[in-house]
Design a binder for this molecule. Structure first.
Ligand SMILES: Nc1nc2c(c(=O)[nH]1)N[C@H]1C(S)=C(S)[C@@H](COP(=O)(O)O)O[C@H]1N2
Ligand SMILES: [Mo]
Length: 489
């Protein structure tokens, strides 16, 4: 029988575990080589779809921190058990140095998790040192620390690592970006978009192009893959006449286009903010697809990202795709799929696979990551007109200006109407000048004299003349529908 751990043993084991995790973090930073990353990935993959969906709808971005906390907790618990075993071994052999075995075990675990023998040492060494030193102290029969002291030290240590990890995640998102190769044309497109904007006198409404740092972000994992341009390749696999691999140098050497493309996440709320536009530098996918010679029976393909993400949709939709390596003239940031992502015109955000590495031509349809979890987001976007807080402004002369963005994928936006009486009467809003791109939002603006409080409703009509769906539905499974309604004044 193993008797229960003493308070001191618990403390030593916990500190050793935290030190090992912290050591790994110092060595690798917030990257896929951090020992917590693969555990996090496993937790993400194992989380049942209903819970993932619930988190997206109710917890949002914070869901990431729940996953991170679970992954950190799991790794600290396992490392703690390893340290405890080392302490007991030392006691049994009457030689606390034997606790160093814990370091060896953690090294093996870390290598198993991230496959990097050298960076695994950064976890193994602190584990060995803390366990051995702690073993000598426990051995010397020092008085057990009080319960409060133990818990306090533990909480501080866990808080420290958690804080460092969250800081790492935040820091990781903002680094200086290099210019994208062959992206000289992007500047002209950015200027053109500026010129076509509705000049909004007084609002903080975002422009027609979103800043890179402001562009929304949806990732299944907390640890974005870090893929260099040299390492990257895209392979066409499965039912193809010619299995081919494309390198980054070959890709950027193709005829370059700079396209304004809007992305919208199927999981966002009706008036949510997961809708943004950038100028993307890239090249059409069709020539590569044709050369690969797709032959599968379903005429469908599964796209795979380096993070284990996948999405499946028809080959003829894929053929309209665009392989992008630049965003607003810069290289794609890590969080947006560095070095290459695909953009699928007019389809929900989830089809725009980041860190794209493989296009697999299938024989029968299969579910991708989100479809396995109950979403139906591989089709065309629904039409929406937004009215965010920053689009509601009281002007100096007392009038109220309402402004926002409307988006209908490749159908385009032909009209936005505003009602200030709860939908009884409608007036056309001004629209920003249309851009020549096929999959981009427009801005709308409407000004009125308020008379007390107004029940404002906004609705768009797409380029085919179809009015936005009135009936309100949730985002799950195939995107939020309904007219945005707000009380103003
Ligand atoms: N590899 C990979 N691609 C991905 C995702 C992902 O988690 N992994 N998220 C998808 C979803 S749901 C959306 S809405 C868009 C978001 O792209 P963004 O983060 O650049 O805004 O990327 C899509 N592509
Ligand atoms: Mo999404």
């Amino acid at each position: 029988m193993i008797d229960a751990p003493s308070k001191r043993e618990t403390l030593v084991a916990a500190l050793s575990a935290v030190a090992a995790v912290a050591g790994s973090y110092v060595a690798t930073g917030w990257s896929p080589s951090f020992v917590v990353a693969p555990v996090d990935q496993t937790i993400v993959n194992l989380t049942p779809g209903a819970i993932v969906t619930f988190m997206i709808e109710n917890v949002g971005e914070a869901g990431h921190y729940v996953h991170i906390a679970m992954a950190l907790g799991t790794v600290v618990a396992v490392f703690g058990l390893v340290s405890f075993a080392g302490l007991r071994l030392g006691r049994r052999l009457d030689q606390p140095l034997a606790g160093a075995v814990s370091g060896g075990v953690v090294w093996l675990l870390a290598v198993g998790l991230v496959g990097q023998p050298v960076s695994a040492l950064a976890a193994a060494v602190p584990m060995a040192v803390f366990t051995v030193v702690g073993g000598f102290q426990t051995d010397a029969g020092t008085v057990d620390p009080g319960r409060r002291q133990t818990l306090g030290t533990l909480a501080a240590a866990v808080g420290f690592v958690g804080g460092a990890a969250i800081a790492g995640r935040l820091l990781h998102r903002t680094g200086p970006l290099d210019s994208a190769p062959n992206a000289e044309g992007a500047a002209a497109r950015l200027n053109e978009a500026d010129a076509n904007e509705l000049q909004l006198a007084s609002t903080a409404l975002p422009g027609l192009v979103s800043e890179i740092g402001e562009f929304y972000n949806v990732d299944i994992a907390e640890f974005d893959p870090e893929v260099t341009a040299d390492e990257w390749s895209l392979t066409f696999t499965g039912n193809v006449g010619d299995e081919r691999t494309l390198t980054y140098d070959e890709l950027v050497d193709q005829p370059v286009e700079n396209r304004l493309v809007t992305l919208r996440c199927v999981g966002e709320d009706l008036n949510g903010k997961k809708l943004d536009t950038a100028v993307w530098t890239g090249t059409p996918l069709r020539p590569f697809l044709d050369a690969a010679d797709p032959q599968g029976e379903c005429d469908c393909a599964m796209l795979h990202g380096e993070d284990g993400y996948s999405v499946q949709f028809p080959v003829d939709v894929l053929a309209s795709g665009f392989l992008a390596w630049g965003m607003n003239g810069k290289e794609l940031p890590t969080g947006h799929g560095h070095p290459v992502r695909v953009l699928i015109p007019g389809h929900w955000g989830e089809t725009n696979v980041k860190w794209l590495t493989e296009i697999e031509l299938l024989n029968t349809e299969e579910d991708g990551y989100w479809e396995q979890r109950g979403w139906e987001g591989t089709g065309e976007v629904k039409t929406v007109a937004k009215l965010w807080d920053d689009g509601i402004t009281e002007l100096d002369d007392g009038r109220i200006e309402l402004a926002g963005h409307a988006y209908a994928g490749t159908r385009g936006i032909s009209r936005v109407e505003v009602s200030t009486d709860g939908g009884s009467s409608w007036t056309d809003a001004d629209l920003s000048k249309p851009l020549p791109d096929e999959d981009v939002w427009r801005q709308w603006r409407y000004t009125f004299d308020p008379d007390g409080s107004h029940d404002v409703v906004v609705r768009a009509t797409d380029g085919d003349g179809t009015l936005q769906i009135e009936e309100e539905t949730d985002s799950n499974p195939d995107g939020a529908a309904g007219w945005v309604e707000r009380t103003v004044g």
